[in-house]
Structures are given as C-alpha cells and as structure tokens.
Design a protein around this ligand. Structure first.
Ligand code: KIV
Length: 278
C-alpha cells in the first residue's frame, strides 16, 4: 500500500481525494484479483483491487469478456472479498448487465454489492453511460468509469486496437469528462496514446488509472496473471512481466511428472506408517 494510503479500508472518497488541484499525490497502485489467495497478496500493496471481467479470459479460457456472467462475477467477488482487508474492493459489471437502462444497471449493481460486499462497481463506456453512472451514484453505488479501449466493445472496435490515435481522440476526451461529471470517483483509461492520456488526466478532476495508457495517468492497473507471467496466451505491449510464474509452474509440473514416473515421489518422508506419529 502506498505511503499515503490510510491503514483503514480505502474508500471511493479516499481515492477521489488523492487527486488535488495539482494532480495526484502519488500514483495509485491497482491490480485485478479473482481468488482469495491472490487478493491477500494484492491487499497489502494495492490501493484498489478489481475483480475484472478479464476473469473470463484469464481463468476460464474464454475468447473475450462477452461470455462473462453476473453469477461468475459474484462467485469470484465473494472469493476476493475473503482476501481483502484494506484495499478498495471493486467488481466489474459484465456485458449485458447494465447497458440497457439505469434501472437494469442499478438492480445488477445492487446485487453485486449485496452478494459480494464490494464497495464500488466498474462499468465501460463514455458519454452514453453518463446518465446511468449518475443514477447509480445518486442511489449509493460508487462507480469507476472505463474509457478508451473498452473490451466489451471488441466486436464494434474490430479488435483490441489502440484507440484515440485519430479524430476519435476528441470523443474519448469528452467520454472521460462526461463520466467524471456524472460522478465516477476514478476512470480507467485503456490503450490510448500517451498524449491523449495526459490530456485526459489534466482535464478531469478524478484520478485516471491507466492500462496501456502511459505513466501520464494518475495510477496504473494490470491484470495480475499478465504481470506474474501466468497468462501466456498473448502478451500485450503494455504488460511488463514482473515474474515468470507460468514458466516456473511448467517446470514444476514437468519435475513432478518425472518424479512420479521414476517412483522417486512420494519419498519416505511423505509416507504414513502403521504406528501413530510415523
Ligand atoms: O477486466 C479487467 O481486468 C479490467 C482492467 C484490467 C482494467 O477491466
């Protein structure tokens, strides 16, 4: 947890307040988590832990996040809740659970909060979601926004390309401004050029949290399996692997297989005798 983070549970208001008139006091540290042990690892170091709908691709082998259901988010949310004490706990609203109208969004956000204990939800979209974000915030649901590349729109975008390199930059800036004006306490900016990320970060009064959006943002978020080297199906340019756990795990599995085939595992130290204590 960063030096500025209080030892009690971080709240959406704390995150919002970290950005003053001169910008952020220190970059916000955010990661995804989908399980209790990983949430425990992240809790001590992160300001925000997000149960991202990336869970569908990372843990369930789905081709995109579009198949992720509210029930999956609740299951993983409940697991993460057991591992968190300090970080702000945010859960993603999956595709098809909030876009229809503010009422649908409120019902599903309330269910996520009630059944996982999360303190905020994240939803994708800019100007067209502003009314929904305002509706949720006014009714007690803190919202984290998400603009730029919004992966639930992959079929409209035609892939996971960098957004905002052309005339759509102005629209993405307007998206972020609309989301902030609607009451979001922070905004994820995904996969946009550094210049646009810096412009958005200057323009909005709430913290921006970048993923593939440069150090110009007020904080960073990564998918934890990406930065641990556990998710190896593909590697986005914006990911730094801080460990190679996937390669290490593969070596461990191969070593186990060799040991079993050679009847070298289990060894005498793993075996129970007839008498108690052996
Ligand atoms: O689903 C996710 O994990 C996300 C973040 C990485 C921003 O939306």
């Amino acid at each position: 947890m960063s030096a500025q983070t209080p030892s009690r549970r971080v709240t959406p208001l704390d995150i919002r307040a970290r950005k003053g008139r001169d910008g952020i006091d220190a970059p916000l540290v955010c990661l995804t988590a989908y399980t209790t042990p990983v949430a425990r690892l992240a809790d001590g170091e992160c300001d925000i832990v997000l149960v991202g709908d990336s869970v569908g691709m990372v843990l369930h082998g789905m081709a995109s996040t579009l198949e992720v259901t509210l029930e999956m988010m609740i299951l993983h949310g409940r697991a993460v809740a057991r591992g968190l004490e300090k970080a702000l706990f945010v859960v993603d609203m999956p595709f098809g659970t909030y876009e229809e109208d503010p009422g649908q969004a409120f019902r599903n956000a309330a269910r996520l909060m009630r059944e996982t204990g999360c303190h905020a939800v994240k939803l994708e979209g800019g100007q067209h979601m502003a009314e929904t974000i305002r509706f949720l915030v006014q009714r007690g649901v803190p919202v984290m926004g998400h603009v730029g590349l919004t992966p639930q729109g992959v079929n409209v975008f035609g892939g996971y390309r960098v957004q905002g390199r052309g005339p759509d930059a102005a629209r993405i800036l307007a998206d972020a401004e609309a989301v902030a004006a609607a009451g979001a306490f922070a905004i994820v900016i995904e996969k946009v050029p550094e210049r646009l990320a810096a412009e958005i970060t200057r323009a909005v009064p709430v913290p921006t949290i970048g993923i593939g959006a440069s150090a110009a943002c007020d904080g960073q978020i990564l998918v934890i399996d990406d930065m641990l080297g556990l998710f190896t199906a593909f590697r986005p340019k914006f990911v730094r692997r801080f460990a190679e756990l996937g390669a290490e795990a593969a070596q461990a599995v191969a070593a186990y297989a060799r040991a079993v085939r050679a009847r070298e595992f289990p060894g005498p130290e793993h075996v129970f005798g007839d008498e108690a204590g052996r």
